[in-house]
Design a protein around this ligand. Structure first.
Ligand SMILES: Nc1ncnc2c1ncn2[C@@H]1O[C@H](COP(=O)(O)OP(=O)(O)OP(=O)(O)O)[C@@H](O)[C@H]1O
Length: 439
């Protein structure tokens, strides 16, 4: 973090206000945030860098030659509604500058920023204040709590929200009486109670113990599942980025060097920098169900009888069928043995409560990682059912597919190393040729 924290914490308090913005032309379609060629140059006369021969120089070169510091260098990205977009990079790479430029807590030197269809860079001060208050909530590493107000007051009367972040019963406590993790929960509650679509989170969990930090990450994932906010999340921790991000932008020296899903970043790093960053990541933590799920082979409607189910199972070459309702919502699994039992018992509808349909198997979502999938697949004699947000059965995962995907991707990894080596050799050759030509 830089010395900007104090200002922005104050700003975050301003945002804890309940007024709602009118429906003035927010775009429904397309990205909710669009950042287009944004530069931030700290120092005197930053304009002299833009569009000049200087703009292609490296950060250290500019610093020593012109005494300016590149905060952001030609940054562009889009964030879709409901996405958790993570900006990741080492200290000084420009993450905080970027997130502050989004709402002009730092003024970008050039470029444009659109949020929900509004041109943020064109707003006057009054409009900008309203806009921040109504559209954006922020959570920072230093919770920004008011020490003389209790938890309930700090979270602006959000009883229900306090319950949601696990602080029920602590309403009357003061910040000093809470642990770091709990204070961060208050910060989160306060951001949620404002009920904005967009949440900006700058290293919110960085000050916490590893265990508490993991709990807070899980908490955020759980809340996000429910609330579907658009979150821009800043972190310098790759594992945190991979765990939370729908997509991740990796920054280095003010530039975005790659944007992609966790899987893209780990399996298809675009340069050596990203490759070095991600080389120790366990594949199981980034590969997801969507990669290996296939169309469910045998599905049977609950009101169909065991005879129909046995036919479907026979056609599928498997030894069980998924039972779903008319809207394809997952109910459970029916094995051949149970279908035969039901048939012998003269049952003609597989309604629940009769003990034929087994509901004991856990379902996963397309985003579930292999870390979670593998133990489930190992513990079951049947494929793992995959359901979407509406509990519709969208796929099944076979144990063998998990092993195959892991084998495939670790080979891809070796290919990457070979590619980087080949690229480096090519670059060296080209350089040698150029030197030869010019000499
Ligand atoms: N007010 C400022 N004046 C001059 N340079 C600044 C200012 N704020 C940031 N910088 C510089 O801009 C660059 C990006 O800083 P920024 O704080 O955005 O990085 P960061 O990735 O958020 O780092 P950290 O994780 O340490 O917070 C750094 O080189 C920093 O020194």
């Amino acid at each position: 973090m830089t010395g900007m924290a104090t200002n922005t914490e104050q700003a975050s308090l301003e945002f804890a206000d309940q007024t709602l913005l009118g429906t003035d032309g927010g775009a429904e379609q397309g990205p909710i945030i669009r950042v287009d060629s944004v530069w931030k140059i700290f120092g005197r006369n930053p304009e002299r860098v833009l569009g000049s021969e200087h703009s292609s120089k490296s950060k250290p070169e500019l610093q020593s030659e012109l005494g300016v510091v590149i905060g952001l260098s030609d940054v562009s990205f889009e964030v879709q509604k409901g996405e958790t977009f993570v900006i990741m990079g080492l200290s000084g790479s420009g993450k905080s500058t970027m997130v502050r430029c989004l709402i002009r807590l730092i003024e970008p030197t050039s470029g444009s920023i659109f949020i929900d269809g509004h041109d943020v860079t064109a707003m006057d001060d009054k409009r900008l204040m309203e806009f921040r208050r109504d559209k954006i909530a922020m959570v920072f590493q230093h919770y920004g709590l008011m020490p003389h107000r209790n938890v309930l007051e700090n979270a602006s009367w959000g009883l229900e929200v306090l319950e949601m972040v696990g602080l029920g019963g602590w309403e009357m406590s003061y910040p000093r009486q809470l642990s770091g993790g709990m204070q961060q929960r208050v910060g989160l509650a306060r951001a949620l109670v404002v009920n904005t679509d967009i949440l900006l989170m700058d290293e919110p969990f960085s000050g916490l113990d590893p265990l508490i930090r993991r709990q807070m990450q899980d908490e955020l994932l759980r809340l996000q599942e429910e609330l579907q906010k658009t979150i821009v999340f800043i972190t310098h921790d790759l594992n945190e980025a991979l765990k939370l991000g729908s997509r991740i932008a990796i920054m280095q020296d003010g530039r975005v060097v790659q944007i992609g899903s966790p899987e893209d970043i780990v399996l298809r790093p675009e340069d050596q920098y990203v490759g070095d960053f991600t080389q120790d990541v366990r594949l199981e933590s980034v590969l997801t169900a969507s990669r290996v799920m296939v169309t469910p082979k045998a599905t049977v409607l609950g009101h169909q009888g065991p005879r129909a189910a046995l036919h479907t199972i026979a056609d599928s070459d498997g030894d069980a069928a998924w039972i779903v309702d008319r809207r394809q919502r997952y109910i459970g699994i029916l094995t051949i043995a149970k279908a035969n039992q039901a048939l012998r018992a003269g049952i003609n509808r597989l309604d629940l409560g009769l003990g034929y349909v087994d509901q004991g198997y856990e379902t996963v979502s397309p985003d579930t990682t292999f870390d979670v999938l593998i133990p489930l697949a190992m513990a079951s004699d049947y494929p793992v059912p995959v359901t979407d947000r509406d509990n519709k059965l969208v796929g099944e995962i076979h144990r063998s597919a998990l092993a195959e995907a892991l084998a495939e991707t670790s080979t891809a990894d070796q290919d990457f190393e070979a590619n980087v080596a080949a690229n480096a050799a090519l670059a060296a050759e080209t350089e040698a040729e150029l030197e030869y030509d010019s000499g």
